[in-house]
Design a protein. Structure first.
Length: 371
């Protein structure tokens, strides 16, 4: 798919642009300033045309590793990555502020962790800040706070972070600039006959099977798997997502081939947040009958539940898994121990089993998002 512009301002009032490490940082660890200046000029042109743009920027660890002389690009250990991120982030922010400032734009830094967007209250606070900055004409430059994130509480790649930011910002489009120009039916680096996929209307098992986990540059942390995961989050929230190559000057204004993942009909903000969640405290497994009832809009009743996994409390996010895989995400009405006691039992039996007046469902449909 080619065209004069991906996500033009007239049809996409608010756009999230993710920039990969390999585009920002040269192999020797220096900033690719000329390329970045071109992107800043593109952002300025779109801002003048009325589009609000936020940037999700990788590169802090790569920049910090060079300055600290750390091996393996700063990724030899968690401690090295955290130190590199803390050192590189300030350099990264200075470059963005300088180049955007040269175009007459004000930059703002937002550093977030996984918990900031998984906890509902913190998510709403982040969304409010993001919305206010964009409304003021500021260009937020967002990155994961890798200096404090650990393996257990991190996004791990900025593709999914960009999709969650788009959800929080109410954006209509997400553009993932990378070292590859889109999705292929197999890895084009190993299969010269790989077929390019221009448009994806629905992300299913066939599309997911096309993904490859490798990062072509060896510098980033994500591959096509993370980009498809990001597309699933973005499209469920009502935003289109495109994967395009950043290996051109002025990537927002140069025509080029790209893969477009088409947005679904937007769910409510709360259900989109639930669907886009990346962490879950546990899982409730259901039988085929319950799976069918959920697809028709019912709450999850204990009678259709067959197994419980994990340790979760009431109000925690859990997945609901059927015979064919994960069906939904939702907030548990009972803790894991109570769910285990109620498996397969009718609602009328709950009070006798638990010793108190029960809630009607294990997960209520109002607090559930189908996937």
């Amino acid at each position: 798919m080619t065209g004069p512009m991906i996500f033009p301002p007239a049809t996409c009032p608010r756009l999230i642009v993710k920039v990969g490490s390999a585009l920002l940082v040269a192999p020797d660890g220096s900033v690719r300033r000329d390329w970045l200046a071109g992107l800043a000029a593109d952002i300025a042109a779109r801002t003048r045309a009325g589009q609000q743009v936020a940037v999700v920027s990788s590169g802090a660890i790569a920049l910090g590793a060079r300055r600290l002389g750390l091996p393996k690009g700063g990724r030899a250990s968690l401690e090295d990555a955290q130190a590199a991120a803390a050192t590189g982030q300030i350099a990264l922010s200075m470059v963005w502020a300088e180049l955007l400032g040269g175009e007459g734009l004000t930059a703002a830094q937002m550093l977030v962790t996984l918990d900031d967007l998984e906890d509902r209250r913190r998510y709403l606070n982040a969304a409010a800040t993001l919305g206010r900055l964009l409304g003021l004409g500021v260009v937020p430059v967002i990155n994961e706070n890798d200096s404090v994130a650990t393996a257990e509480i991190r996004f791990g790649d900025n593709d999914r972070l960009a999709a969650r930011v788009a959800q929080a910002a109410g954006a209509q489009g997400v553009l993932l600039l990378s070292d590859i120009d889109g999705l292929y039916d197999s890895n084009p680096t190993t299969n010269p006959a790989a077929r390019f996929i221009e448009r994806v209307e629905r992300i299913d098992a066939r599309v997911e099977a096309m993904a490859d986990t490798g990062s072509a540059s060896g510098m980033g942390s994500g591959g096509m798997v993370s980009k498809i995961a990001a597309a699933r989050i973005a499209t469920a929230a009502g935003a289109h997502l495109a994967i395009a190559s950043g290996r051109v000057d002025r990537p927002l204004s140069s025509p080029g081939r790209h893969t477009l993942f088409v947005a679904e009909k937007a769910a409510s903000a709360r259900k989109a947040w639930l669907a886009g969640g990346l962490t879950a405290r546990g899982a409730i497994h259901v039988d085929a009958g319950a799976a069918l009832a959920l697809a028709e809009g019912s709450s999850l009743l204990a009678a259709g539940a067959i197994r419980v996994e994990g340790q979760f409390a009431r109000g925690d996010l859990v997945t609901i898994d059927g015979p064919a895989g994960t069906l939904a995400r939702g907030l548990a009405e009972y803790d894991a121990g109570e769910v285990a006691r109620l498996l397969g039992r009718r609602s009328d039996d709950h009070a006798a089993i638990l010793g108190y007046a029960p809630r009607a469902a294990l997960v209520h449909r109002n607090h559930m998002a189908l996937l």
